[in-house]
Design a binder for this molecule. Structure first.
Ligand SMILES: O=P(O)(O)O[C@@H]1C[C@H](O)[C@@H](CO)O1
Length: 294
């Protein structure tokens, strides 16, 4: 279970053991999973009838080490929709393998989750973006994946998905449209964006030359998480919506003095957490209405 290296080393039995442990511990059977990025754990607070499990108490689960990540799984309901929230997720830059980073996604799948909403913090690259904007992710660039740091490398288990999955539709168009509609209803259109998200491994923030490369590649924002989880979610058939909070403007100019830091990232997350919670809660409720109509 969980050796170093990028390819998945978990057996189906490992996933089953953790899933059965959780199904025995909670009465909830989640349909929606929400991964809360740095400083965004507040998203789980809106749930009713909560049951919380610390990652350290869950068999085979890694533990969060990045500040702003509480490290617990919260089951509950949002407007009668059974949900599970990850208050804190895992990063390559923590030294975890991609198998560990994405382990919870397959647990959600085996528990019956159908839709996964991932959130994180990122640096704005698109010149039009402002700090505090919320970007609906329409596509991503998996930079670590280009170098073989990829969660689907290694033996493929057909019980989860196909060997060569399509990734061009990783982010559900229906859910992106719904997010735009809900954003507009909540009066957030001025700072709701849509764009391409790029993942880098971190833990350092980009150099100016690296930032310029990402701009040239067509990236609108850059972060250090999320893409492995989205990739594994798409592989095993979950519908995905990604929302990334622009917490800083990436330096593209050598004359710029500002220096980005994690405290600044957490500060912006705190400022936007309540609005993101309202957006996510409304979205989940609207999804349930769609599911009921199907
Ligand atoms: O967990 P996320 O991706 O939201 O956290 C961001 C990215 C880095 O881990 C860290 C940089 O400040 O915050």
């Amino acid at each position: 279970m969980h050796t170093k290296g990028s390819s998945c080393c978990c057996s189906f039995e490992d996933y089953k053991l953790t899933t059965e442990w959780l199904l025995n511990q909670t009465r909830h059977r989640p349909k929606v999973a929400v991964i809360c990025g740095s400083g965004l754990g507040l998203l789980a607070e809106g749930a009713a009838d909560k049951q919380t499990f610390r990652y350290q108490d869950i068999p085979n689960f890694p533990v969060s080490t990045v500040p702003g990540h509480e490290g617990c799984l919260v089951f509950g309901t949002i407007e009668e929709t059974p949900c599970v929230f990850m208050k804190g997720h895992f990063h390559l830059c923590e030294g975890y393998s991609l198998c560990q980073v994405t382990f919870p996604v397959r647990i959600f799948k085996l528990m019956g989750v159908e839709f996964m909403l991932v959130t994180n913090a990122s640096g704005g690259i698109c010149p039009d973006f402002k700090v505090g904007d919320i970007m609906i992710i329409k596509d991503h660039i998996n930079l670590p994946g280009f170098a073989g740091q990829h969660p689907l490398c290694g033996p493929n288990d057909e019980r989860f998905g196909t060997r060569f999955p399509c990734m061009s539709d990783a982010y559900s168009k229906d859910l992106r449209t719904l997010a735009l509609d809900v954003g507009s209803e909540l009066g957030c259109s001025d700072f709701i964006r849509t764009g391409v998200y790029c993942m880098v491994s971190g833990p350092n923030f980009e150099t100016i030359a690296e930032a310029r490369v990402l701009l040239t590649l067509g990236c609108d924002s850059v972060g250090m998480s999320m893409v492995p989880e989205v990739t594994v979610a798409k592989h095993c058939g979950l519908k995905v919506l990604g929302l990334t909070l622009v917490t800083n403007k990436v330096s593209l100019d050598y004359s710029r003095e500002e220096k980005v830091n994690h405290d600044e990232v957490l500060e912006i997350c705190k400022m936007r957490a309540e609005l993101l919670q309202k957006l996510v809660t409304t979205l989940i409720g609207r999804c349930q209405q769609n599911i009921n109509r199907q």
